[in-house]
Design a protein around this ligand. Structure first.
Ligand SMILES: [Zn+2]
Length: 263
């Protein structure tokens, strides 16, 4: 911060900054109507200070925007904790999606998404949340929902088309628990309309499902077949078969218990 004391009067009659040695005043052009008059000007220090201030406010705005996007992305606050930084996982799937995140612009242009499939407890949702959080940090808008949530929302929505349109605004849409919905024509129809709208929006989609790839590819129900075909057009299938997290947790608990009980 400049203060008055750190200036000096130059031989030309202008006040100078004693730090950067630039004048803090300048003369109006000599043919100016009222003669030789001075006006203040910013020295290098002032300009730097102003730039830093602007940078500070820009950064603050950016962070606020990211926080708004993040709140908007997840349905439950604990999902905010699922980040690559917080994770100790380093399996193939993690390494692959980290590359996906760092090449996001290219992936987005190519409309590349993932179909993360595999049994319950293999960390599909966790992985997807890590992707979401990493992209949110880069000002990408992401929406993560499970199929049940979409069905409930759409059932209640007054304007269903508008609801679907809103889902398409996000740079990345992540849908969890495909195949866990109640088996009904209505549900199949809704899921197809969301997946198809996403396809037509030209934006990436990430899907998580407990269904196996073989099951999806050999589906005989025409309605479901339509959904899976669309998904496989947009999403690269990736099998999640890493150690089941829940199982590992259970094993650890049993181990702890044995230690405590001296078994
Ligand atoms: Zn200065």
């Amino acid at each position: 911060m400049m203060n008055e004391k750190s200036t000096f009067l130059g031989e030309d009659g202008l006040i100078y900054c004693s730090v950067c040695k630039e004048p803090k005043e300048s003369f109006y052009p000599s043919d100016f109507l009222f003669g030789l008059k001075k006006h203040p000007r910013q020295c290098a220090c002032d300009r730097k200070e102003r730039e830093e201030m602007e940078k500070y406010f820009r950064e603050k705005e950016r962070k606020q925007l990211i926080e708004r996007n993040r709140k908007n992305c997840f349905e439950e606050p604990e999902m905010l904790q699922c980040t690559f930084q917080n994770s100790t996982e380093d399996n193939f799937a993690f390494q692959t999606v980290k590359k996906y995140v760092s090449n996001w612009k290219e992936m987005k242009k190519k409309r590349m998404g993932y179909l993360l499939w595999g049994p319950v407890g293999t960390g599909k949702s966790y992985l997807a949340r890590c992707i979401a959080n990493a992209l949110l940090d880069c000002e990408v808008t992401v929406k993560m929902m499970n199929v049940g949530g979409i069905l409930n929302d759409l059932f209640a929505a007054e304007d269903k088309k508008e609801y679907i349109r809103c889902l398409m605004k996000y740079d990345l849409l992540i849908i969890d628990d495909l195949g866990a919905e109640r088996n009904s024509e209505y549900a199949t129809e809704i899921v197809f309309s969301v997946v198809d709208a996403r396809y037509r929006s030209g934006k990436p989609l990430i899907i998580m499902t407990n269904l196996s790839l073989v099951k999806m590819k050999s589906e005989t129900d025409a309605g479901k077949r339509r959904i899976y075909d669309r998904i496989l057009e947009m999403c690269v299938p990736m099998k999640m078969d890493g150690d089941s997290k829940r199982e590992k947790l259970a094993t650890n608990k049993i181990h702890d218990m044995k230690e405590v009980l001296n078994l």
